[in-house]
Design a protein around this ligand. Structure first.
Ligand code: XMP
Length: 512
């Protein structure tokens, strides 16, 4: 990692904090989110080109208001305070913050002084997202006003001599047109960044570091076929070559042809040592007769570990175990609660059972979209890189009730038709997750002159950004009609197709 150019983002608990880090990285400058109370020593050690204070829900006058080390303002490092961050800077340096009766919320016209380095290239009036109650009332000495709105007298301030800047609005969100330019101006005009952080420099640097770390030692990786573990495996393979062994468990609960596709990519395209363990029968027999979704998850999780352990034993002691941990999983907010993480049941919580000396997490500093870009950079096919999320327990939680091989096969066929038609219609990038469910329901139908009594398949498609909430996707009727007709015609034992029109909440995305 090129650590010579890093921006630190001090997290004061605002909801857009990770977005700020991403925007900075989009400007090709590496950034890290750190707790607001990070020590001066730590900051000096990281030697950032600039520091950004995020917004946050507190008032600077609250007893438990999060405060940073005041020494930050004397380090000579440029600081940009956003919202709460600006108010904290003001209060700490001797200005005052006031609480009006009303909050200001929404995209608002901000009049700015476009001779400021922060606003280079802007018109004098710009729409930015304001979302605050408190505002800066009087400026600390040495500061000057560079922006205001009709209800916020100090919407932007600067102390050029000390390189300190504050903005009441949120440049990181999409509602702030040209918001990224504010961030870019801070990075390039004020912090003097050169912007050499790109995914290709990341790959180059990571491979170099991994080579140094791994040398000719042995590395093991559990490959799920998901984006993170795939990108991690390929990246490590560039450094470890044949010293990397990937174990890929095909438990029969993957989608149609998925096992073969994963094998082809890793063995043929990347020439990686891949052990594909075909353990469908083993999983099916453990799952026989089990109907409770949580029991299914538990059985699959346990069995996964057991099989992996057996395979790893055959390989013997390894020096490193690769994990596909990504940045949102490791950010510490400093406010006591970590960022949004699904505690969700990832089949693959392995290490305890495997004989290894150290964990390697090559994607630890990347956001999901950066992991995807890295994947593309490494030559991993687009359909894998942009694969929709797929639950660890796989199709086991999409066959409602007990699981049999026949039911799995019906589901695989129906699901494959649905996915194919969504892709044909060009909807695969706008719908975030879509799949078929084999409901345990049989109903009466008629085919030719014959009465049928067969399964009902449900189609599920959601649009979401965080998978914690989501809305059902308004797929055009003509496409639903085609999918329905293809499924009942092409998949034996299905005579009815229904579309799930429930959002999350109250429903979840998966049916189990
Ligand atoms: P729900 O159904 O809770 O799903 O709305 C939210 C997201 O999580 C995925 N999901 C899982 N992922 N193991 C996983 O790795 C699981 O047991 C599991 N259950 C749900 C689901 O596909 C959706 O993306």
């Amino acid at each position: 990692m090129k650590n010579n150019e890093i921006i630190l983002i001090l997290d004061f608990g605002g909801q857009y904090n990770q977005l700020i880090a991403r925007r900075v990285r989009e400007c090709n400058v590496y950034s890290e989110v750190v707790p607001f109370d990070i020590s001066l020593e730590k900051i000096k050690e990281k030697n950032p080109k600039g520091i950004i204070f995020t917004g946050g829900p507190a008032s600077v006058y609250a007893d438990d208001a999060p405060k940073c080390d005041e020494g930050i303002f004397s380090l000579g490092i440029p600081v940009l305070g956003i919202c709460y961050g600006m108010q904290l800077m003001t209060q700490t340096l001797g200005g005052s913050v006031a609480r009006p009766d009303k909050r200001e919320y929404g995209t608002t016209d901000v009049q700015i002084d476009n001779t400021s380095l922060l606003f280079k290239g802007f018109d004098t009036k710009n729409g930015f997202l304001m979302s605050h109650t408190d505002y800066v009332e009087t400026l600390p000495s040495g500061f000057k006003n560079i922006g205001y709105t009709s209800s916020c007298p100090n919407a932007a301030i600067e102390n050029v001599e000390k390189n300190l800047y504050g903005i009441q609005f949120h440049p990181e969100v999409n509602n702030s047109v040209n918001g990224t330019l504010v961030i870019k101006n801070f990075l390039y005009n004020i912090c003097g960044c050169s912007g050499d952080w790109t995914m290709s420099s990341f790959v180059e640097e990571s491979v170099k570091n991994l080579k140094e770390k791994i040398g000719d030692k042995k590395v093991l990786c559990a490959l799920s076929g998901g984006v993170d573990s795939s990108v991690a495996a390929v990246l490590v393979s560039k450094a470890a070559g044949k010293n990397l062994t990937c174990i890929f468990l095909d438990h029969g609960l993957l989608r149609k042809n998925e096992g073969d596709e994963v094998e082809a990519i890793f063995k043929k395209q990347f020439d990686i040592n891949l052990i594909r363990v075909n353990c469908q029968e083993r999983f099916l027999s453990k799952l026989a007769g089990v109907t409770d979704p949580e029991r299914k998850r538990k059985i699959i999780g346990e069995e996964f570990i057991r099989v992996f352990e057996e395979e790893a034993k055959k390989i013997g002691t390894v020096d490193f175990l690769v994990q596909g941990t990504i940045y949102p999983d490791v950010i510490e907010s400093g406010l006591g609660k970590s960022s949004v993480i699904k505690s969700h049941h990832n089949v693959g919580g392995l290490p305890d059972y495997v004989d290894f000396k150290e964990i390697v997490e090559p994607l630890r500093s990347l956001f999901k979209d950066e992991v995807r870009k890295t994947g593309l950079e490494l030559g991993i096919p687009e359909n894998l890189v942009y694969r929709q999320p797929f639950p660890g327990p796989g199709l086991a939680i999409r066959v409602i009730g007990d699981i049999t091989e026949d039911k799995l096969n019906i589901l695989k066929e129906a699901d494959s038709i649905f996915r194919e038609e969504i892709a044909n219609a060009g909807l695969h990038k706008s719908i975030n997750q879509y799949f078929a469910v084999l409901t345990n329901l049989k109903s009466v139908g008629v085919m030719g002159d014959e009465r049928t009594y067969d399964y009902t398949v449900a189609l599920r498609a959601v649009e979401t950004t965080d998978f914690m909430t989501g809305v059902w996707s308004k797929i055009p009727y003509s496409i639903l009609e085609k999918v329905s007709s293809r499924i009942v015609n092409e998949v034996k034992h299905v005579n009815r197709v229904v579309y799930d029109i429930t959002s999350k909440p109250p429903a979840t995305i998966e049916w189990e």
